[in-house]
Design a protein around this ligand. Structure first.
Ligand code: ZN
Length: 130
């Protein structure tokens, strides 16, 4: 994604803005224009809940390009409290204290830096609730 379109979409990332179908009342993230459940186009923006539960997770020990210095990386599928599932990094852990069913809360963090200009990307991660 280029930095300009990223900047334009920043609000969407920051607020975890998804979609809500007025017909069948389901929520979606990422946002949809047509309901994946009932096909309705009666869709409105809806901010997703910022808390959820870990359904499953994996720990990546290999450094990924652009993520140097952050490994091991804990990636989890999180079921938000409206039943929407998101894939996100669990921050502030090496994974040893993470288990399925843990409650997590969304936080807004620097994701990575890119290129010589050091373009910084921000996005959501999740953190275990203390
Ligand atoms: Zn629907």
């Amino acid at each position: 994604m280029n930095p300009i379109s990223y900047w334009r979409e920043k609000e969407r990332y920051y607020r975890l803005l998804g979609s809500h179908c007025n017909q069948c009342k389901r929520d979606f993230y990422p946002p949809v224009y047509v309901c994946r459940e009932c096909g309705s186009k009666d869709i409105v923006d809806r901010e997703m809940p910022q808390e959820g539960t870990i359904l499953t997770y994996t720990i990546l020990y290999e450094a990924m390009e652009g993520f140097d210095g952050y490994e091991p990386l804990v990636l989890a599928i999180i079921k938000l409290d409206n039943n929407v599932r998101v894939l996100a990094q669990i921050a502030d852990t090496k994974g040893e204290d993470i288990k399925i069913g843990d409650r997590v809360r969304m936080i807004f963090r620097k994701i990575r830096e890119e290129g010589k200009e050091g373009t910084i990307y921000y996005g959501y991660k999740f953190s275990k609730q203390g």
